[in-house]
Write a protein that binds this ligand. Sequence first.
Ligand code: NAP
Length: 478
Amino acid sequence: MKMYIGGKWIDGTSPSKIEKLSPINGKRLYSFKGASKDDVDKAIRGAYEAFPKWSSMTEVERSKYIYKALDLIAKSRKELERIIYNENGKLTKEAKEEVDGVIDQMQYYAEFARKLNGSIIEGTTRTRKIFQYLQPYGVVVAITPWNFPAAMVARKLAPALLTGNTVVLKPSSDTPGSAEFIVKKFEEAGLPKGVLSLVAGKGSEIGDYIVSHKDVALITMTGSTATGQRIMEKASSNMAKLILELGGKAPFMVWKDADIEKALKTLMWAKYWNTGQSCIAAERLYVHEEIYDSFVKKFVSMSKALKVGVPSGSGMGPLINSSALESMEKIVDESVGNGGIVACGGSKPKLADSGAKGYYFKPTVIEGLDQKSGLFQEEVFGPVIGAIKVSGKEELFKYANDSKYGLASYLFTKDFALAQEASERVRFGELYINMPGPEASQGYHTGFRMTGQAGEGSTYGILEYLKRKNIYTDYSEE
Ligand code: NAP
């Protein structure tokens, strides 16, 4: 694993090494010297120097690099799927879906090449006009998480580059290989030197430095709320613009008239997709009292039947690392300490051979807790969910909105009025009614409360990368 700085692949110069262990079997996958502050400096300088030329090109010219890179990715997509599989431990099918997402997002953003327009606003007299120009910010720092190690990279690089910004990418230390693959494809596509750099280093080592660097104009980051808050604090020194996509705690609401089979199928996906490690994962289950017992019983039996193990041959793979595994054990212990009843799972599965040393945890459903408990308040980010019985819509909406996070939410009902009311009252950036996620490229992925700031996807997402400059003119002769 090397750094890509100023158009050259070099070894990182951090004194410490990053060791990557396989989530699938606990064995060492690779180790490398991460980026140092000095490497970060060089990358930002390169991006700063490349900005004037890159930003003076047209969107159509810049889009050609994105189309070319996406074509190269599509041609060698199996390799990217394998990297994602190995470093993240996703199911083969999920790794494939992620690469579909990479291609879809790059395509979606590249298509904006002829669609980004400034505007003309009438002034206070007939001869006065205000021309609003859309202009890139400058150097963008893109910080990505490990749970969608390729899709999150594509979702940041494509809009940032198309709009004329230059980018320094800092991927998660847990999954830098997916980022390296994508950057190589941009290099092969002929992207000019300095326009895109890769610095793979520990957030704890280079994070504060990169986000408070004086030459950084915009920071786009996906990750935890705690890291987002820290970035916000550090970036204030420089007033960098922030796009922060942070934690989630999605409520999954099942009303008495729901299509039960569809709700169950969707819940299985929403809870166990990517081993529960998704920002839109169902984290809290609220079921109407009239159907609670039968619904939860069926969900528990489906959860028990879900095969956990080496991702190429199972229904749910491992967690990302040993600390994620420990945090599942802690959540279950705390929940049981608070009076929770483990309806299924709650421990590591007994796996033979290659899976024995991986970071696996059983699908887990916990009942008997109340809304104030940690399981209903803190982000789990794994295959554990709590279930609560609700008696009426006021209680349903109150519980659903009772969260510091506000990204995704789900509702299953055939009652049109309830669905409409939920659309008004549920305070989340996304509400999926009678359907699963994930979010579409043309939707605006954004959250309320501690889920962050700004958003990604849709026209609104691409406009986040552009500043509006106002040119006041007057053609009168007076
Ligand atoms: P994380 O620990 O916050 O890390 C995210 C990124 O921030 C990593 O690249 C990390 O680097 C870096 N980082 C850590 N400390 C930093 C600092 N002081 N300054 C700058 N960067 C720093 O999150 P994660 O564990 O990778 O991802 C899981 C979280 O992401 C969950 O909370 C999930 O809900 C959220 N997420 C949100 C969305 C969304 O769209 N809202 C999507 C996906 C995931 P290192 O890896 O080197 O520590």
